[in-house]
Write a protein that binds this ligand. Structure first.
Ligand code: HEC
Length: 232
């Protein structure tokens, strides 16, 4: 072999060598903890149940130091018929709910009460699940909308999201945002009440989906913590 033929192989060798030494940076999962209420605690109906959640994530920061967007922390209060053991596992979330929690929607929309925009509950009540409504809402979220809910505020365009992501979000809102057995709250602390008509067992699930490395959506990780409470 002539010496000059060696150069391409040397280059290839160098390339393979550097590739072998390249360890991709890993996204670390967040840690979510419900500090209160305590698991298996009992509350009288109609009295405020206060909750407090702590979240830390190596990349995004720690809720203790206000480093996270607290509104991206979700508490799901779900009525259960039989008490199930609370699970602390990282479970896959609904893709539409993930879009709602990790893009900017929750800066303007609450689940149950009016914010800058209408509540997701009110949107669910206004639009039955039909293909026409789904398509209309996808278009309005994508292109922005104003004047339909009686306020002066406008919804901005969302060209940073794909049509599929927006569709998933719309489908989640139309199917789940008015489920009578679940209430959703955002933020690290707050309170809710369970009316005497709805007393029984509830599972509280706190969750946070991180922003991955450089916000690569496919690399996002979600963590949850859950406790069961009784209202009597
Ligand atoms: C900067 C604030 C803001 C953000 C961010 C925002 N919205 Fe809105 N949204 C609004 C306002 C205000 C309205 C009511 C507009 C109107 O009156 O027509 C609205 C209306 C809506 C509607 C009802 C539209 C209709 O045709 O009735 C849906 C559905 C909706 N938003 C979903 C979303 C989703 C999903 C996201 C996140 C991807 C999002 N919004 C982000 C402010 C916002």
């Amino acid at each position: 072999m002539k010496p000059k033929f060696i150069y391409p192989f040397l280059l290839l060798g160098l390339f393979l060598f550097s590739f072998m030494n390249f360890k991709p940076q890993e996204n670390n999962p967040p840690v979510v903890k419900i500090i209160s209420p305590q698991n298996n605690s009992t509350f009288d109906s109609n009295v405020p149940v206060t909750y407090k959640i702590a979240v830390s994530d190596k990349e995004d920061g720690d809720s203790k130091f206000d480093e996270l967007n607290a509104k991206e922390v979700l508490l799901e209060v779900r009525r259960i018929t039989k008490s199930k053991p609370a699970s602390n596992k990282v479970v896959p979330s609904d893709p539409g709910l993930t879009v709602i929690m990790t893009s900017n929607c929750i800066n303007c929309h609450n689940f149950n009460s009016k914010s800058i925009g209408p509540s997701l509950y009110e949107i669910n009540k206004r639009y039955p699940v039909t293909k026409a409504n789904t398509d209309t809402l996808i278009k309005r979220i994508r292109e922005g909308s104003s004047g339909l809910w009686g306020g002066k505020e406008k919804m901005p365009t969302h060209h940073e999201l794909t049509v599929v992501e927006i569709k998933n979000a719309v489908q989640w809102i139309l199917k789940n945002a008015a489920d009578p057995n679940v209430s959703y709250y955002t933020g690290l602390e707050g309170f809710f009440r369970i009316s005497s008509a709805n007393k029984g067992a509830y599972i509280l699930t706190a969750s946070y989906t991180d922003h991955g490395l450089k916000d690569v959506p496919g690399k996002r990780l979600r963590a949850t913590d859950a406790v069961t409470i009784q209202s009597k």
